[in-house]
Design a binder for this molecule. Sequence first.
Ligand code: F6P
Length: 198
Amino acid sequence: VKGLCLVRHGETEFNRESRIGGNPRLTDKGIQQARSLAARFRDKHISCVVTSTLRRTREMADILLEGRPEVERHALREFDEINAGECDSMTYDEVRRLRPGIWESRKTDKYHAPYPGGESYASMKDRVERGVKKALYLSGNAENLVIIGHQAVNRMILSHFLFRREEDVPYVFIPQDRYFHIVSTQSRKLVELLPFQS
Ligand code: F6P
């Protein structure tokens, strides 16, 4: 690895049920995805792995770092998934049926629409940016840094490096079996989407 590898956690039971938020663990498939990533990174130098404080990203790091005690790891609250407030643990379908106002506002302006008692993409931006700065500092400036985050958080992190238009950010595709490899210097900006499975 050279630069930053931006990984989303593997599958959870909540993903399977299209359920929002919570603190679920990886499913067997999620564990398998983590093992594929570990195999892919086996011979690569990693200086530092940064996760959120939630189980699904920490379990991913546990598997990635099995047998690699020398690699530094940190868990940052700044990288926890978007706080869905009153909708936490609901399925998207439940939000649509039971909280139609929220559903509509997210459809109209997903970037700015806040979850009552929680966050919007716009309001999580500052803390995610703070997390990026901390992670870059912890890794000695993104040399061989791996961040394991979440769908909304990874969209924000990507937009930090790519300067995407705000209204596009909530729709960036963040797969669970591929990672973004990002090199971002003054003179060179490169983003590749690479499979876990080599
Ligand atoms: O579905 C998984 C998840 O990480 C949820 O916890 C989170 O609310 C969601 O993705 C963010 O994506 P979107 O803004 O598209 O609902």
